[in-house]
Design a protein around this ligand. Structure first.
Ligand code: UDP
Length: 238
């Protein structure tokens, strides 16, 4: 069996990714595909924590644009992430995995409240822990949640699953000459203003020396390749 490079990972998935081709809601084929990827790494003995976004359902900024109070909209966005977390939980359980959703906003009938020590215990027992409701605070993002929770549970890396296979010198959809970085420092990402995560999320990783890998989550076996140390995506590190 291959040696594992990362034993405890924090996987960040955007809400939009869950909507697949439709662009809204939850696409069961995407859930199925992601669950199989996650199952493969669990079977290798990797501990998996997940932070899921809510952009496929609601974003606070959307509410604000239509005249809604920003904070109200942000709470709606946080609740949206819990819906996505429950959808992933359900799909993972159908594949025989043990899971827990832990929410930053208490909702006892639905899931556990987030308690760091309990989250770590679940991970040690091989349960997939899905962090819902973001940080529990308005004006933050689920990228920031991913950085924060990864630091709290002492994950080895944040794996940011996206539609592109890494960080490029320019937007690869607009600029054909754009090339992908295989590895880049936090400082260079910052200086070149490359769009990896929002600055709060990014700074948390930078200051705590937590590597980030941006990779294509839609390509089969990528998650396994990453935990086994293959050079895919873009590694951002000190
Ligand atoms: N949100 C928030 N606080 C948090 C995390 C999320 O207020 O700690 C809200 C915010 O309105 C955000 C929405 O939840 O727009 C959904 O999260 P995000 O936009 O990060 O989802 P993604 O873009 O990854 O789908």
């Amino acid at each position: 069996m291959a040696q594992l490079k990362y034993k405890r990972i924090l996987l960040k998935l955007s809400g939009e990714a869950l909507s697949g081709e439709k662009g809204y809601g939850i696409d069961p084929t995407v859930l199925e595909q992601y669950s199989l990827e996650i199952k493969r790494v669990i079977e290798l003995g990797v501990q998996v924590a997940i932070v899921i976004g809510g952009g496929n359902i609601f974003r606070g900024i959307q509410g604000e644009r239509s005249g809604m109070d920003r904070v109200q909209g942000d709470y709606m966005g946080m609740l949206a992430t819990v819906i996505n977390a429950m959808a992933i939980q359900s799909s993972l359980e159908q594949h025989g995995l043990y899971t827990r959703v832990m929410s930053a906003i208490k909702m006892e009938q639905v899931c556990e409240p987030y308690v760091r020590r309990r989250a770590v215990r679940h991970l040690e027992k091989g349960r997939v822990v899905i962090f819902g409701a973001g940080t529990g605070n308005p004006y933050f993002t689920t990228d920031t949640t991913a950085s924060l929770r990864a630091i709290e549970v002492e994950a080895d890396v944040v794996l940011k699953g996206t539609k592109v296979d890494g960080v490029y010198t320019a937007d690869p959809f607009k600029d054909k000459t754009a090339t992908r970085y295989t590895t880049i420092s936090f400082q260079d990402v910052y200086e070149k203003k490359l769009n990896v995560m929002d600055l709060t999320a990014f700074t948390l990783c930078k200051e705590n020396n937590l590597p980030i890998i941006v990779f294509d989550m839609n390509r089969a076996n990528n998650l396994v390749k990453l935990v086994e140390g293959e050079d895919i995506g873009t590694l951002i590190t000190g």
